[in-house]
Write a protein that binds this ligand. Structure first.
Ligand code: GLU
Length: 374
């Protein structure tokens, strides 16, 4: 897939601050959100699930706190974001309500997309919202994000969400219509690059010097986002958002740059589970469960006969059969302690044993990779 959003089944649109805030008076640019809402409604009518990653909380909030122009300190940014986010979320709610679309606010920090247990929670919540037909409106949780756990820029946040949600396309809307061989505002010979298949040192060089720690946006963060998205099998598009209907314009052939991954999101996720995670334990399963896994189903607690190791919910475990042969790897939906208590039991008994109703499967089939030979 390249060049068309219509084939996208799961799409993330990232809106930059400059698009959302009216420069003249610092208020929310409602007309722009109205146009975006039309685009979102059209994409959904075409069968796409849509999520929005939005910036703008700090830019909107600062005027309500009377914060002077110029650079803000971290705590001032956090205060401004707290004040702006509520207004921003409301503006999306209003704009999308015009199309009978429900929005849901999600605020994330880096930990929520990296730490295994929280990653599964965020992924499940967002999947549940999408299944219920809502549009998640996502921003960084600026209030609690300290220097160490900040994304700092929503380009990378959007790419991490794309990876976490196995999105097939990430559309970065800003005031830049693509990647150029040099900065087009300074160099008349700058050439537009329509398609990128790998982030080479040459591409990095085009993006210019890395932005400083507190700066957000710019081409460097977009290339960093492309690297994350492509590794997750997600296409990324850089296109102009300061238009009435940016997605419609893109579909009509407006200039953009497409970053094209080698794998699909599903294959990339399986590779991540199989290759990058260190297994923390082992589940031994019976013959019935083995047959179910080979048939493409999830691993239920009833089929688990032994649990070894010490792992948290969301961490990787290996799966073995009764003879000790390696069957595969997956992300456990339960900690080792809880897995020991529910092993051999029916899914319907989980709540009575643990005191809470967790997931039906110990390893969901989307979180499982089998060895080639199994
Ligand atoms: N989370 C910040 C905000 O909403 C935006 C960060 C960025 O612009 O990339 O204001």
């Amino acid at each position: 897939m390249t060049g068309s959003l219509q084939q996208s089944r799961r799409l993330i649109i990232k809106m930059g601050s400059a698009l959302l805030v009216d420069e003249e008076n610092g208020t929310i640019h409602h007309a722009r959100l109205k146009g975006l809402a039309e685009d979102v409604a059209a994409l959904r009518a075409g069968g796409s699930e849509v999520m929005i990653v939005t910036s703008g909380a700090i830019a909107v909030g600062r005027r309500y706190l009377g914060l002077a122009e110029g650079a803000l300190k971290l705590e001032e940014k956090q205060a401004a974001a707290a004040c702006g986010q509520i207004r921003l979320a409301h503006a999306y709610q209003q704009a999308l309500a015009g199309h009978d679309i429900t929005v849901a606010q999600i605020l994330l920090t880096i930990d929520d997309t990296e730490e295994r247990r929280r990653y599964l929670n965020a992924r499940n919540t967002i999947n549940t919202l999408l299944a219920a037909g809502a549009v998640p409106v996502i921003n960084e949780n600026d209030t609690v994000a300290t220097a160490e756990i900040r994304f700092g820029d929503n380009d990378r946040l959007a790419a991490r969400v794309a990876a976490m949600m196995s999105a097939d396309t990430l559309l970065l809307l800003s005031n830049i219509d693509g990647l150029y061989s040099a900065d087009p505002s300074r160099d008349a010979n700058a050439e537009w690059i329509p398609r990128v298949e790998a982030i080479t040192p040459e591409i990095e060089a085009m993006a210019g010097a890395a932005v400083s720690a507190d700066a957000s946006g710019g081409m460097a963060t977009k290339i960093a986002a492309a690297r994350i998205a492509m590794a997750a099998g997600c296409h990324m598009v850089i296109a102009k958002g300061d238009l009435d209907r940016p997605v419609a314009a893109l579909e009509a052939g407006a200039r953009s740059t497409w970053f094209v991954p080698k794998a699909t999101p599903r294959a990339a996720r399986k590779q991540w589970i199989a290759g990058s995670l260190q297994p923390r334990g082992t589940l031994t399963i019976d013959a019935g469960a083995k047959a179910a896994l080979v048939a493409g189903r999830s691993l239920l607690p009833a089929g688990v006969s032994a649990v070894e190791g010490d792992f948290q919910r969301g961490e990787a475990v290996t799966v073995k059969d009764a003879a000790g042969s390696l069957l595969g790897r997956g992300l456990s939906a339960y900690s080792a302690a809880d897995a020991r208590r529910i092993k051999g039991h029916k899914t319907g008994e989980i709540e009575a044993i643990l005191g809470y109703r967790g997931r039906d499967a110990i390893i969901h089939r989307d979180d499982l990779v089998l060895e080639e030979s199994s």
